[in-house]
Design a protein around this ligand. Structure first.
Ligand code: UD1
Ligand code: UDP
Length: 375
């Protein structure tokens, strides 16, 4: 690098969680005198991505506007690859960054590989070990990982997953998860959730969107929610519904109209953090929520058979119940009826980070280009 030239970094964001988790990295890089960080929005999500970009005041330099209603994986991938490649030709970055395991990440990693541009993978090394769960994310993260020059692993267990796959230790950096940076940055501004609650009411917050839960598993989740709401007069369920039609149509059909269940549009990040903070506990198949809730001291029941985030399970503050009606009801009743069981899960701890993950990532990149960056 010539002294007068800045390092050109292109950061890709496609979906809501990528924007939340990349925001601290993008904001941090944009303050570095040695770096020029530009942003590519693939807009694999549209409204949900725009909500987050607006909150963090991030303006994309390129926007592929790729989302289509009920998009399928093949056409999404096929449309993204040449569009990202054209952006790389126009932007000529020195390196690219992407976060997580979405189709945006896989296509960014692959396009950068074809263009011989080094790729830094944020939130590297998460694994369930089963390509079918979560689908297609496990495949996306394995393939993207093998295309990466820098692996920013959130935890030591993620680092060990990478080493087991033959990734060189020198290329792996344990940084913590940037979601904790984002969460700590906004939690003090988070408002009360958009649901009427008496002082004694207990709020259960719900989210669900995983492809492998479409169909019967999702109907089982909705059935469990109705039974819980029927059984506890002091429980209110707040469920911001993902706009995917495979989720929305079933949730509307099975849950709309119950007086203790509030279905709403996806919440902005600030109100969602407010809802997590007010919640008694959370039912979710989300990845990010499994990371955030423990830091807020909120028990989580995970509506999946497996998780790539074992740390909070091992600590006893998150429990896998699967998208299985009886197990969801049994575990929810335990949290509602047994104060000791509740207290055991409602301990505030943060296995996924200390709020300085983005600084560590920036330090690693700076060091690569011969720049010392203070934490
Ligand atoms: C995607 C990611 C998933 C991630 C999730 C975060 C893939 C394959 N999946 O899943 O890993 O956990 O994002 O939420 O990359 N839609 C809208 N407006 C929006 C967003 C989505 O209408 O702002 C609807 C559209 O009909 C769209 C559909 O949701 O086609 C599915 O979006 P898609 O990004 O393909 O999948 P997600 O289930 O959101
Ligand atoms: N989230 C949000 N509004 C909502 C639901 C979730 O802002 O209505 C946030 C949540 O706090 C977390 C992220 O979105 O940071 C998780 O996104 P999602 O569950 O869609 O994806 P995943 O993490 O499973 O990839």
């Amino acid at each position: 690098m010539m002294k007068s030239q800045k390092v050109k970094i292109l950061a890709a964001v496609g979906t809501r969680p990528e924007a939340i988790k990349m925001a601290p990295v993008i904001q941090g890089l944009q303050q570095q005198p040695w770096a020029e960080c530009r942003v590519l929005a693939t807009a694999q999500h549209r409204e949900m991505l725009d909500q987050v970009l607006a909150l963090f005041a991030i303006q994309p330099d390129a926007d592929l506007d790729i989302m289509q209603a009920n998009q399928d994986l093949v056409s999404l991938t096929a449309r993204l690859l040449p569009a990202i490649a054209a952006t790389l030709d126009a932007e000529t970055p020195d390196l690219v960054l992407a976060q997580g395991d979405t189709t945006t990440v896989l296509t960014m990693a692959l396009a950068a590989f074809y263009k011989r541009i080094p790729f830094g993978h944020v939130e590297a090394g998460l694994r369930t070990g089963d390509l079918a769960y979560p689908f297609p994310e496990e495949m996306n993260r394995v393939l993207s990982g093998h295309l990466a020059r820098w692996h920013f692993a959130p935890t030591d267990s993620a680092r060990r997953n990478l080493l087991r796959e033959g990734i060189s230790d020198n290329a792996v950096h344990v940084t913590g998860n940037t979601v904790i940076d984002a969460l700590l940055g906004v939690v003090d501004q988070a408002p009360e959730p958009p649901v009427e609650l008496g002082p004694e009411d207990r709020l259960i917050l719900v989210t669900a969107h995983r492809r492998e839960n479409f169909g019967e598993p999702f109907r089982a989740i909705c059935g469990a929610l109705r039974r819980i709401a029927d059984a506890y007069p002091d429980v209110q369920i707040l469920y911001p519904v993902h706009p995917n039609p495979n989720v929305r149509e079933v949730a509307e059909m099975l849950l709309r109209g119950h007086r203790r269940i509030t279905l709403c549009e996806p919440l902005g990040y600030l109100p969602f953090v407010g809802a997590m903070r007010r919640a008694h506990f959370i039912l979710t198949d989300s990845g990010g929520v499994q990371e955030e809730a423990p830091a807020l001291g909120k028990p989580v029941l995970v509506l999946r058979h497996e998780t790539e985030r074992p740390e909070a399970i091992d600590a006893g503050v998150v429990r896998l119940v699967g998208p299985v009606q009886d197990r969801i009801i049994e575990a929810s009743c335990k949290l509602l009826d047994d104060p000791a069981a509740y207290a055991a899960m409602a301990r505030g701890l943060s296995p996924y980070g200390d709020g300085h993950a983005a600084s560590r990532i920036i330090q690693v990149l700076g060091a690569h280009f011969g720049v010392q960056v203070a934490l």
